[in-house]
Ligand binder design. Structure first.
Ligand SMILES: [Mg+2]
Length: 279
């Protein structure tokens, strides 16, 4: 073949190969955009840096303490002993370190396998004000019940005990820690505790930490159920902020831990633009 023709054929072959590769390049470009638009990014920047995020924990524990003080002042000699029931993850323990890791790995949805590995490393930290509040309860003979739904297999309870001990929380033992592996329904345990204690307040980052009736996959229904209980917030329901996980995610996707997929990225985009000005 003539040298010029050879070069032309080669150039054509390269351009055809490039053309064939365009969809893949397109995906890469989307991947880069996705890195910028990682749906965890703003939520995690807020969790990791906003003084407002930490202040909301202090606010929650200050309210909880006020509720305990009122209950102590009103307590009668023959009434049941006082107790508080608290969720663990994102209420008493923060996992910013884990969610930050996901972003560094290019992941934009919760990942159960790495979560289980992370739990084993005892890297969770106490939320702002948690330790002081729990110690206040103990010093006033108010029982603390840690009620969590976690599942790391047979080691779930031991790992939860290690996590809570690592941050020096009080009364971490079988009597005070209730781990629900099979179901996230906390009401059965709450009722058991209420047989022996007057429960002053429930603490959580998920409405399901308060009542099972919020376990709805309908965003509007969940919202209206919350509205019906609006007088309980800041009283017996003490809520902490969590913009990365919880049953609000389940209400959007139909499941609490939706897999990373473009379909789910579209769903979260639709959720984020539920109301959107279109001039
Ligand atoms: Mg939680």
């Amino acid at each position: 073949m003539h040298e010029t023709v050879k070069v032309l054929v080669k150039a054509l072959a390269i351009s055809m190969a490039l053309a064939a590769a365009m969809p893949a390049l397109g995906q890469n470009a989307t991947g880069n955009d996705r890195d910028i638009e990682n749906n965890l990014m703003m939520a995690m920047a807020w969790k990791q840096t906003a003084a407002e995020f930490r202040a909301l924990y202090y606010q929650g524990f200050n309210i909880a303490r006020m509720r305990v003080e009122i209950a102590l002042a009103q307590k009668k000699d023959d009434s049941l002993p006082l107790a508080i029931i608290s969720d663990v993850d994102e209420t008493l323990l923060l996992a910013n370190d884990y969610w930050g890791y996901l972003i560094t790995q290019g992941q934009d949805f919760f990942d159960d396998a790495s979560w289980d590995r992370w739990i084993e490393e005892n890297r969770a930290v106490a939320s702002p004000g948690a330790l002081e509040f729990l110690n206040f309860c103990v010093s006033n003979s108010v029982e603390i019940f840690y009620v969590t739904n976690r599942d790391q297999g047979e080691t779930t309870v031991q790992l939860a005990i290690e996590n809570l001990n690592a941050v020096r929380f009080p009364h971490v033992d079988a009597a005070h820690l209730r781990v629900l592996r099979e179901s996230s329904n906390k009401e059965i345990v709450q009722q058991q505790i209420r047989e022996d204690y007057e429960v002053v307040a429930l603490l959580g980052d998920n409405l399901n930490d308060f009542a099972r009736r919020y376990y709805s996959t309908d965003v509007d229904q969940r919202m209206s159920l919350m509205e019906q209980d609006k007088d309980r917030y800041g009283r017996d329901y003490i809520l902490f902020p969590n913009p990365t996980d919880g049953h609000w995610i389940r209400a959007i996707f139909g499941e609490s831990e939706p897999p990373a997929s473009d379909e789910n990225r579209d769903i979260i985009r639709r959720a984020a633009t539920r109301a959107a000005w279109a001039p």
